[in-house]
Structure formats: C-alpha cells, structure tokens
Design a protein around this ligand. Structure first.
Ligand SMILES: [Fe+2]
Ligand SMILES: [Fe+2]
Length: 337
C-alpha cells in the first residue's frame, strides 16, 4: 500500500508542495461532493480504500467463481448454437474477473494476495454461486435472474466515485446485458416447448428466484456498510431500492415467459407504484454465507485446483515478460552506444 506523501489531492498538480492531512481530506470530500472521480494517485481516506478493496475483490472473486455453475453445462448444451453462446458467456465472466482484479490492483494490493485470500476463505464471493445447476433450464434462470440482478446492481456502479471501478463497470454492464438476454431467450424457448421443457423452466425459476433477491444483500437497516458507501458515492442506491427495482422489472417479464414467480404474496401495490413481495428467508442467506450452502466446498476446491493447474502458465508468462524487458533494455543500450 502506498503512503499519503506519494499522493496528490484530487485536482492538484503533482508538483505542488505536499498539503497537510486536513487539506487532503477536504479536497477528497469536495471531489466526492462535486462528482469528480477519485483516481489511483489521489489521496483517499484509508477506510475508503479498504472498503473499495473489500467490495472490488468480492466482485472479482464472484466473476471467476460464477464461471463454475454454468461451465457445468457446456459439454451438455443441447445444440451447437447454445454451446457457442454459453462458452462466450462463461469467457466473458473470466474477462470481468480480469478487469476487476486489475482495477483492484490500482489500490495498492496484489492479485496474488487477493487470490490467496479467496482460496483461504478470508475474502468472500457472492453467495448465489453456492447453489447447484441441476438442469439445462438453470442456465436460462441464471442468465435471466442472476445476471439480471447483477445488472440492476452494477449499472449505478458505472457512476461510482472511484474511477477505475466505474470504468470497468461500463464494459461489464454491456456484456451482462447480453447474458441476461440469452438467459431470457433460453427460458422462453423452453417455456414454449414440450410440457416437460416448460416444467423444467418453471422448476429452475422456482429455485433461483429467492437466492436472486438475496443477491442485493441484507435489508437497509441490517446492512453494515451501506450508509458509509452511499456517503462516499461508491454506492448510489440502497439494497432495498435495488431489490424493488429488480422485482418490478421481473414480474411483467415472467408473464411474457408464461412462468410464475414462487411468491404467493407478490402483488401490485397501487399506492407505491411497485410490487409488494413476501418475506425473504434471511436464515438461509446467513447459512450459505457461513459456508453451509449446497456447493461452497466444491466451488472453492475447484478454484484452488484450477489455480494450481495454472501455475505453469503464470510462470511462463512471467518468464516471457522478463525476457521481453531484458531485450528492450539491451535495445536501448545499443541505441545509446
Ligand atoms: Fe460478469
Ligand atoms: Fe454475467
């Protein structure tokens, strides 16, 4: 992690004499208030940096762990077209992980350290990926609901106060939109197919609906980091606001799909102009967070194995980079001689 002395206040020239702590804090507060992006070399409070590292690392980890449940179906996709779409989607998620690890590194942490923490269970990923993908329809339900919830969460992050995170989200959101649509289209095909296919689509939606609502995190009153993150403009809307937005989008989409959502209390509330929904079972969420979801162990085991299997690739890439750097140094020396 870099020190205060190496940073500049947002908007200040790097050559100006170093300002004191109060001045740096005031410049940071002004930049946040004015919606000016905070950049890696700007001074920032330690707690702001730590919050971003926690959130961005969790986000990066979720992207790469999230490849597993769907990759499970690549070899069994029902057609070449479906297989090509699913492979593209899973590769996109790997790319999202790479953008986000790179963005997190701008805060002064190393990717190796972040991955070690994931593998040791000391940093989290989204609990949604601890549920199994039991049938082909789960690929559709994940695209429609899980990627759909991710977009609802992530579009406001394109305006996050930290520049590298906001810029990574712009590209990620474009790709998430394709993921959501491919899931929706897949479910629509199944829903309009044979009675067995329709039942498979309905069963998948029944299993993924509630975990998708949990993706927005605890209710506003219970959320430990929300208020401070909103004050720093890392977050723009509360968990409950985003969850409500997602429910309001999904209900009419489910009608078009010809599928139902598994909540008997779901109904239009004229006075609020939104859908009311039933109570979320937060005890299930807490259990999955504690590591007791159906697939927690399997997901981390596979991730650790994949990391070990990739050792030779990292070593080869590092050796190539070192050789390339040495060649460039030699070329410079020769040019000067
Ligand atoms: Fe993603
Ligand atoms: Fe996605």
């Amino acid at each position: 992690m870099t020190t205060t002395a190496e940073h500049t206040a947002p908007g200040r020239a790097a050559s100006a004499p170093p300002p004191d702590q109060g001045e740096l804090q005031a410049a940071f507060d002004d930049a946040v208030a004015a919606d000016t992006r905070i950049e890696p070399r700007d001074w920032m409070p330690d707690a702001y940096r730590a919050t971003l590292v926690r959130q961005m690392a969790q986000h990066a980890h979720s992207e790469i762990i999230g490849m597993q449940p769907e990759a499970n179906w690549i070899t069994r996709a029902p057609s070449l077209r479906r297989k090509a779409i699913l492979m593209a989607k899973v590769q996109d998620e790997a790319g999202h992980g790479l953008y986000l690890y790179s963005a997190t590194e701008t805060l002064g942490v190393s990717r190796d350290d972040l991955l070690d923490k994931l593998h040791a269970g000391r940093q989290r990923y989204s609990s949604i990926f601890n549920y199994p993908t039991l049938t082909w329809a789960d690929v559709g339900a994940i695209g429609w609901l899980v990627d759909g919830a991710a977009i609802t969460n992530q579009v406001p992050l394109c305006r996050c106060s930290y520049g590298p995170y906001a810029r990574a989200m712009v590209r990620i959101c474009k790709e998430e939109s394709f993921h959501q649509r491919q899931g929706y289209e897949l479910l629509l095909a199944l829903s309009r197919g044979t009675p067995e296919q329709h039942a498979m689509a309905q069963d998948a939606v029944n299993r993924w609906w509630w975990p998708s609502l949990m993706m927005f995190g605890p209710a506003d009153g219970e959320s430990a980091h929300s208020a401070q993150s909103m004050a720093w403009k890392i977050k723009r809307h509360s968990n409950d606001e985003l969850r409500q937005r997602f429910v309001d989008i999904c209900v009419p989409q489910a009608e078009v799909l010809g599928l139902t959502l598994p909540d008997p209390d779901l109904r239009w509330n004229e006075s609020r102009g939104s859908y009311d929904h039933g109570a979320i079972d937060w005890s299930e969420f807490q259990e999955v967070l504690r590591g007791n979801g159906p697939c927690n162990e399997q997901r981390l085991d596979r991730r650790r194995t994949a990391h070990e299997n990739g050792t030779w690739v990292r070593e080869a890439a590092a050796a190539y980079a070192a050789k390339h750097a040495a060649d460039q140094d030699n070329a410079h020396e020769e040019a000067r001689a």
